[in-house]
Design a protein around this ligand. Sequence first.
Ligand SMILES: Nc1ncnc2c1ncn2[C@@H]1O[C@H](COP(=O)(O)OP(=O)(O)OP(=O)(O)O)[C@@H](O)[C@H]1O
Ligand SMILES: [Mg+2]
Length: 397
Amino acid sequence: MASTTERSPRTRPPDPGRDADGAPAIALEHVAKTYRTGRRAVTAVRSLDLAVTPGEYFALLGPSGCGKTTTLRLIAGFEEPTAGTVRLAGRDVTGVPPNRRDVNTVFQNYALFPHMTVADNVAFGLRRRRVPTAEIRRRVGDILDLVELTGAADRRPARLSGGQQQRVALARALVNRPGALLLDEPLGALDPVLRHTMRAELKRVQREVGVTFVHVTHDQGEALAMADRLAVMADGELRQTGAPAEVYERPADRFVAGFVGAANLLTGTVRAAADADGYALVGLDGGPQVRAATTAAPGTRVDLTVRPEKIRISAVEPDTAADRLRGTVRDTVYQGPVTQYTVVVAGTGGATELVVHRQNAGVPAAGTERTEPGSPARGDEVWLAWPPRHAHVLGRP
Ligand SMILES: Nc1ncnc2c1ncn2[C@@H]1O[C@H](COP(=O)(O)OP(=O)(O)OP(=O)(O)O)[C@@H](O)[C@H]1O
Ligand SMILES: [Mg+2]
């Protein structure tokens, strides 16, 4: 708090987002937020610990109402935490108003000024800070170049497509070179095709400017595709933080496993402790046994997941060292790149179903659901197989 007055836009470090001491660009320490309206209290954020590295593309992923927007507003200073500390580049900014924090926010609705041209929208903040006119012109030109909107400088936002408006909002938020940029569902207003195109665009812009981005989304595909690291949030808490592949392949708990991609959740009991390769034998509820890496002792209850694309499905018994189960196809759904099979595992009394994704390398013959000769169809008896490294025990030991 004591250091807040020495800060002005002109004294910010030459390399935005980076801090000489190697401090995180953004750090939340035991941050909590309870909203009070009259006698009602809603706890939106319970206790958040988070450190975003300078220059990182960080995604905050979670379902509606889990506290994502609140977290961004706490970082930006539009809300103050009920408890805990917010740091930007190592400096405690708790209690510092938004306009004195070195971050900008892109809101979901972009909040562009409709009566101003694109260039004036982008220049707005610089004019307010009385940046010299020649410099404004240069910086607005550079940033419009970066977001590929040079030709639209004199148009008004209402005449632009959703994707173009998104770029204006991005340009306006980046033009004063903030230490970090916070984006709340930045692609939420776009149609699915444009959403995909803009993923690559946003990534490119972030790489070129090197500014720390925090991107809030409830779209797991978006978070996996865009983030250097992501945090999965539920009920005002972070459940897991890590690189996309880490979170997808090694989910921490049932919630993360189910929210980040499709997951088969299985429950069983350890029957034999880990062998020399680290694999214990787990008896699934209802009968079949599979291997999974865990140090849990025999008798321990474990939850495990196997991702649908790791499972091979075949009509004949596979000739591999993989774990295998028998089952019956209950349903098939053609999804374009893959077909999704729902298979009832034999010996579980119908209690255990596994979802399997199989790539559609072939083309279904007209009027059939078989994507190639011999591919499974409803009612078929099949084998399911996966190498034991793909059976991931949740909440490991
Ligand atoms: N200003 C407020 N006053 C009272 N309660 C609030 C306020 N803002 C948010 N909340 C509540 O806090 C919780 C978290 O809201 P928040 O907007 O942070 O969620 P979110 O993850 O951004 O959700 P969404 O994906 O729907 O945008 C919700 O229960 C919400 O109703
Ligand atoms: Mg929100």
